[in-house]
Design a protein. Structure first.
Length: 150
């Protein structure tokens, strides 16, 4: 019997190890200049220019009600797509790509912080920590359509 592995790009946000399915990550960016957008939702840090394409930057700390970044312009980010549009998710740092067996994937435990449960599809228990798998659709489903349509 063959073990099916799932691959994740690991990131850190406020001390928590998170994973995004590798096929959902389009780019990993070092700090970029972000231009603020007046009257946008608080979680929208602004926009950045990625090879001539305008990308909406999402402040994940603000989105998840975590302590604010000390300097948003120094954040790393991963670019994902949501409803055909690119979004840059501002994070603390990028880790490595992990290949984990499908059969070790678990539902969110009831003890998982509600902020992570809201945006997670499940977890992996690693040797010394919990890897929370982000559900990009749920993470970005917070009224962005009105913000980008304005």
């Amino acid at each position: 019997m063959t073990t099916v592995n799932r691959q994740f790009v690991t990131i850190r946000l406020a001390g928590q190890l998170l994973g995004i399915p590798v096929l959902e990550v389009h780019d990993v960016l070092s700090p970029h200049n972000i231009t603020a957008i007046p009257r946008s939702p608080k979680a929208v840090a602004g926009v950045l220019n990625l090879r001539g394409k305008i990308v909406t930057a999402i402040d994940l700390r603000e989105r998840l009600s975590l302590t604010a970044f000390e300097d948003v312009d120094r954040c790393m980010s991963v670019v994902v797509e949501h409803q055909g549009e690119p979004y840059s998710l501002l994070i603390d740092s990028v880790g490595e790509v992990l290949a984990l067996p499908e059969d070790r994937f678990e539902r969110n435990p009831v003890t998982l912080d509600a902020r992570w449960q809201e945006v997670s599809s499940g977890i992996y228990r690693l040797e010394d920590q919990l890897l929370v798998i982000l559900d990009v659709e749920r993470l970005l489903d917070f009224g962005l359509e009105q913000a980008t349509a304005a």
